[in-house]
Ligand binder design. Structure first.
Ligand SMILES: C[S@@+](CC[C@H](N)C(=O)[O-])C[C@H]1O[C@@H](n2cnc3c(N)ncnc32)[C@H](O)[C@@H]1O
Length: 249
């Protein structure tokens, strides 16, 4: 698990991502899919610092957020004073009531690194959905991302937060000894102080990217029928977004 979502890094994450993710567009995109599929109650997994939650609340939608990180949830609650956020793990959670739609946003599927993680997550989504319920999630496309990391060994993102300029340098290592299409992601965070780069965090995490066929098979094995596959470019990654319907057992 990355340190990126803990302590002071949660606030820096929140600031940085708002500069390179357009959360209005992100909300419009997901909300269209939700409405097209006649879903009303929504659980967002990987709700993070509550930027999408804010848009769901503004439109008075029936929304719950779930995240692993207490610090991200604290920011989400601060942003959405009346919102419901659960600290939980997508691989093992139980809602009080089932919902019509479960979203996994912001490429949070990248943290499902083993096949067991993925199967446990889909099993959990299945049992927390209403009959005919849908899941919507994105994942990083291995076939495009791995060559991209080879051609771009260091990827830099910059953002301003509370009058400080932050720089993030990311490097993804396709360590061939790792299982599946796992990558070691190292991200160095710097603050620019008096014109000099000072390192504030050196974050390491193992993430996984997927091929489309892998995801199709995992869904089949876990009793979901794919309704739509959308090829979607996000700020730094080529992703697919899947909409799939629960098959009643
Ligand atoms: C890249 S962030 C995305 C946050 C938000 N969706 C956004 O777009 O800004 C990934 C989020 O997934 C959460 N996360 C990672 N693994 C998780 C797990 N197993 N269960 C629940 N949340 C998890 C992290 O704490 C983090 O908030």
């Amino acid at each position: 698990m990355a340190n990126l979502y803990d302590g002071k890094m949660a606030a820096i994450y929140d600031a940085m991502y708002q500069t390179f993710v357009n959360y209005d567009d992100e909300y419009a995109f997901y909300n269209n899919l939700i409405t097209e599929n006649n879903a009303s109650s929504v659980l967002e997994i990987g709700s993070g610092s509550g930027n999408l939650a804010k848009r769901f609340h503004k439109n008075n939608q029936n929304y719950i957020g779930l995240d692993y990180s207490e610090d991200m949830i604290a920011i989400a609650k601060e942003r959405n004073k009346n919102g419901t956020f659960i600290k939980g793990d997508m691989r093992d959670f139980q809602l009080n009531e089932t919902v019509d739609c479960i979203l996994i946003t912001g490429r949070s599927t990248s943290y499902l690194i083993s096949n067991q993680d993925i199967n446990k997550t889909f099993e959990c989504l299945h049992k927390n959905l209403n009959n005919e319920g849908i899941i919507i999630f994105d994942f990083i496309d291995a076939n495009r991302f791995i060559p991209f990391t080879k051609e771009n060994p260091v990827i830099t993102h910059e953002a301003d937060y509370q009058d400080i300029h932050y720089i993030r340098e990311s490097h993804w290592d396709t360590n061939m000894s790792l299982e599946n299409f796992m990558l070691e992601w190292s991200a160095k965070y710097y603050a620019l102080i008096n014109g000099k780069k000072e390192m504030i965090e050196n974050d390491f995490s193992t993430v996984r990217v997927f091929t489309r066929n892998e995801i199709e098979l995992f869904l089949y094995l876990n009793h979901f029928e794919i309704l739509q596959t959308i090829d979607r470019k996000t700020y730094a990654y080529d992703t697919y977004v899947i909409v799939a319907k629960k098959i009643k057992l």
